[in-house]
Design a protein around this ligand. Structure first.
Ligand code: R5P
Length: 226
């Protein structure tokens, strides 16, 4: 079974957590896409009655094209469940997200969610976070200085590019990716980045996930955080 098939498997499995009447956070990326397609199928074929809240412009476009009813995040007081992909997940359920540049809206939706479910193929499960570059979303004003600050700290920063230009996120910011290799203390780094002026948000999602659905060759494994 190739990686794409594993992603599809967990996407379909995760949609089973969605029940009639729910407000559902719709994640972003190639794995979340499969979940969104399955949700749309259930809306169409099973008359599933839900409202989606999206986590990126890309997901809004996809969900609209598939006919999923949507509301803006500010039109709902909470989200029942958000289902999203991830770039890395460690054994203690900490994660890195933002490989698709959607971390800010994803974290906002997750922070209003009663339940957070991540769907990944087995390659995303790691012993330590950090091999995947950690995305940091920053205000454009002063971002070169912030870049130099990260350089001085030895964080090996690179600006996320879109062709020859710096990529601008859905929120109108830049992303600086930190190439850290191994993040020894995710919680401490999360605090440090959150306190850094000019940082809007970062891709460390600490103590946020409730359920992780992992696609493996033979089985789909469901891990529940304590
Ligand atoms: O910004 C993007 C998101 O955090 C994605 O959920 C994450 O990058 C995983 O994406 P994919 O399922 O395409 O690997």
């Amino acid at each position: 079974m190739n990686q794409e098939e594993l992603k599809k498997k967990v996407g379909i499995e995760s949609a089973k957590y969605i029940k009639d009447g729910m407000i559902v956070g719709l994640g972003t990326g190639s794995t979340a896409r499969h979940m969104i397609e399955e949700v749309a199928r259930r809306v169409r074929e099973e008359n599933l009655n839900i409202v989606g809240v999206t986590t990126s412009n890309e997901t809004t476009k996809l969900a609209k094209s598939l006919g999923i009813p949507l509301k803006e995040i500010d039109e709902v007081p909470f989200v029942d469940v958000v289902i999203d992909g991830a770039d890395e997940i460690s054994a203690d359920f900490q994660g890195i997200k933002g490989g698709g540049a959607a971390l800010l809206f994803e974290k906002i939706v997750a922070s209003y969610a009663k339940r957070v479910i991540w769907i990944v193929d087995k390659s995303k499960m790691v012993n330590y976070l950090g091999e995947f570059p950690l995305p940091v979303e920053v205000v454009k004003y002063g971002s070169e200085n912030l870049f130099r600050l990260f350089e001085d700290k030895g964080y090996n920063p690179t600006f996320r590019m879109n062709k020859n230009e710096k990529l601008t996120t859905d929120g109108g910011h830049y992303i600086i990716d930190l190439h850290l290799g191994k993040i020894k203390e995710p919680l401490a780094l999360s605090d440090e980045l959150s306190k850094t002026v000019g940082v809007v948000e970062h891709g460390l999602f600490t103590n946020m996930v409730n359920v992780v659905i992992v696609g493996k060759e033979e089985v789909v494994e469901t891990l529940v955080a304590r």
